[in-house]
Design a binder for this molecule. Structure first.
Ligand SMILES: Cc1cc2nc3c(=O)[nH]c(=O)nc-3n(C[C@H](O)[C@H](O)[C@H](O)COP(=O)(O)OP(=O)(O)OC[C@H]3O[C@@H](n4cnc5c(N)ncnc54)[C@H](O)[C@@H]3O)c2cc1C
Length: 503
């Protein structure tokens, strides 16, 4: 009842072969079974996949490349007389490009130049180490495949559960009760290997679970948080609407009081995990009071429809959905009593923005680590790429950005822990780290040359994944305006001509 529906579960050949792994080399082969070179002699070789449908189409279509369509001897099966073939699976990346190791075998961490680890407690260091090890071992080998397919790796949910981070700072109800620093540092460690997984956890934990913990009744906390903490149930958080993104506080989805509960009507957009979530935390406008209210909607509720947003260029593993609510009934017991205005939601956003601030940090760390290894392995003009002064400058610029980001992120956590953090602090942290990380991933993309556009070497994937993070949880601009309002006392969200300026 609480798990993902069967039709959404993609059973990867990777799982079936997992038990047979013997060496790092084998491990890599199994990670990309559909891409491996066919080898009849090796017992470890996975079964060959049939050619992709589009390749078949190209080979038989008269609108194919000149000289190909209708060629004698083609036979419609993609084979030409001279032996050249089309439609074969891609060459395994480790064979196509043997000089550098792909990110499926994740590089060691090399970005903690100022030894920020020393600022962490023993408990924080230990969970960081644990999360890093699981992410490198379990997620790195599969991430490029699932990112390319834009599918969520449902079979990896138990691995993500074993990180022990869902529920983050929430105490009790089966949640880990981490310090905010521990929670943030683990968010970075997840993002270091895969930003989609970090967004999955962010939405589930820092938005859906935190809203229930901060704004839910005792009964709701006991009912929902334990299974969400175990990831036996998955949550999503629905604020944004097609016509209300940056001005989400003007949302128009309505909640109308009916006997025994509420009817939700309206539409949401971009909602992460929503296509399969068991628990949907939905924000809607009370048709009577016009205030914002919060509701827990259960998967499969009549009138609820969530469809996947296709063709994303970033965070491709995350299943973002368009949701339509048509008189969706929510019983009174599932209305969140603590959500009565947008200010109540701001308390949730303050925590989640600290977490989001650490995603660009983690992404930058991973990109740096991959580049650091790649430049040492790859040779041009007879020397490793790392020997070139221009490349060293880029690496050092990336490293400098990371040190600054880590210190800002760490300080943000300390401000939160001491009760001094303001919305402006959180917004500056989120906006600024995502801006700094843009430079890091861009330099990384350059440093890897052609391989800088391949997901196999992480950097291209990270480059694309950072873009939605730059825009979600308040775009860079909106977060700047939140901080700007705090330090000037003037709200500039509306153009001066429209605003009732309080100068
Ligand atoms: C991958 C992804 C995942 C997401 N996940 C979720 C989720 O789980 N739940 C959820 O509720 N939402 C989610 N969102 C929505 C996200 O929070 C919004 O996309 C974001 O708030 C920006 O809104 P918008 O896309 O409508 O951009 P718009 O509001 O249309 O903004 C477009 C541009 O105009 C600028 N702009 C807008 N207003 C102003 C202003 N007043 N002053 C200056 N510039 C301005 C913006 O900075 C931006 O550059 C997600 C989005 C993405 C892309």
């Amino acid at each position: 009842m609480w798990g993902p529906p069967n039709q959404n579960v993609f059973v990867s050949p990777y799982i079936k072969l997992q038990g047979k792994r013997e060496s790092r080399r084998d491990h890599y082969y199994y990670s990309f079974p559909l891409l491996s070179l066919p080898s009849s002699s090796s017992p470890a070789s996975p079964p060959r996949a049939p050619p992709p449908p589009q390749a078949k189409l190209q080979a038989s279509s008269s609108s194919g490349p000149p000289g190909m369509a209708g060629k004698q001897g083609d036979g419609g099966d993609g084979r030409e007389e001279d032996g050249a073939k089309v439609g074969l699976p891609a060459l395994d990346i480790s064979l196509a490009f043997p000089q550098a190791t792909p990110a499926s075998i994740f590089p060691p961490s090399a970005s903690d130049y100022y030894q920020i680890d020393d600022l962490l407690t023993t408990e924080e260091q230990s969970i960081r180490k644990k999360v890093r090890a699981i992410m490198e071992k379990e997620i790195a080998p599969i991430m490029a495949t699932y990112w390319e397919k834009a599918e969520f790796p449902f079979h990896a949910i138990p691995k993500l559960s074993s990180l022990g981070v869902a529920g983050g700072t929430i105490k009790g109800y089966g949640c880990p009760g981490l310090s905010i620093t521990a929670s943030a540092i683990t968010m970075a460690e997840i993002a270091r290997v895969d930003a989609s997984c970090s967004t999955f956890i962010l939405v589930h934990s820092s938005l859906a679970m935190v809203t229930i913990a901060l704004c839910g009744s005792e009964v709701q906390k006991q009912k929902y948080l334990p299974s969400l903490a175990q990831l036996t149930a998955v949550g999503c958080w629905a604020l944004t609407e097609p016509n209300h993104g940056s001005d989400a506080s003007s949302l128009i989805t309505t909640a109308t009081k009916v006997p025994g509960g509420w009817h939700i009507d309206g539409q949401k957009r971009w909602i992460g995990n929503s296509t399969f979530a068991d628990v949907l935390v939905v924000l809607a406008r009370n048709a009577n009071t016009k205030q914002l209210n919060g509701f827990i909607v259960r998967k499969g509720a009549p009138g609820l429809k969530a469809t996947k947003i296709e063709n994303k260029i970033g965070l491709r593993m995350v299943q973002n959905g368009d949701i339509v609510f048509n008189k969706v009934f929510v019983p009174e017991e599932d209305r969140l009593p603590g959500v009565n205005s947008f200010q109540d939601i701001s308390k949730v956003l303050a925590i989640s923005r600290v977490m989001v601030a650490w995603q660009p940090i983690g992404i930058s760390m991973g990109v740096f680590d991959v580049c650091h290894r790649y430049l040492k392995e790859r040779k041009q003009f007879g020397v490793p790429l790392v020997a070139f002064q221009l490349n060293q400058e880029k690496l050092v610029r990336m490293l400098g950005n990371i040190q600054a980001m880590l210190l800002v992120g760490w300080r943000l956590c300390k401000l939160y822990e001491s009760g001094k953090m303001t919305p402006g602090h959180a917004s500056l942290g989120k906006g600024w780290t995502s801006r700094m990380a843009r430079e890091v991933v861009s330099l990384g993309r350059e440093l890897l040359g052609g391989n800088g556009i391949l997901a196999d070497f992480l950097v291209a994937k990270a480059f694309c994944d950072l873009e939605p993070i730059y825009s979600y949880e308040g775009t860079y601009d909106i977060n700047s305006l939140v901080t700007g309002r705090e330090i000037t006392g003037i709200a500039s969200f509306k153009p001066a001509a429209l605003a009732k300026a309080r100068l």
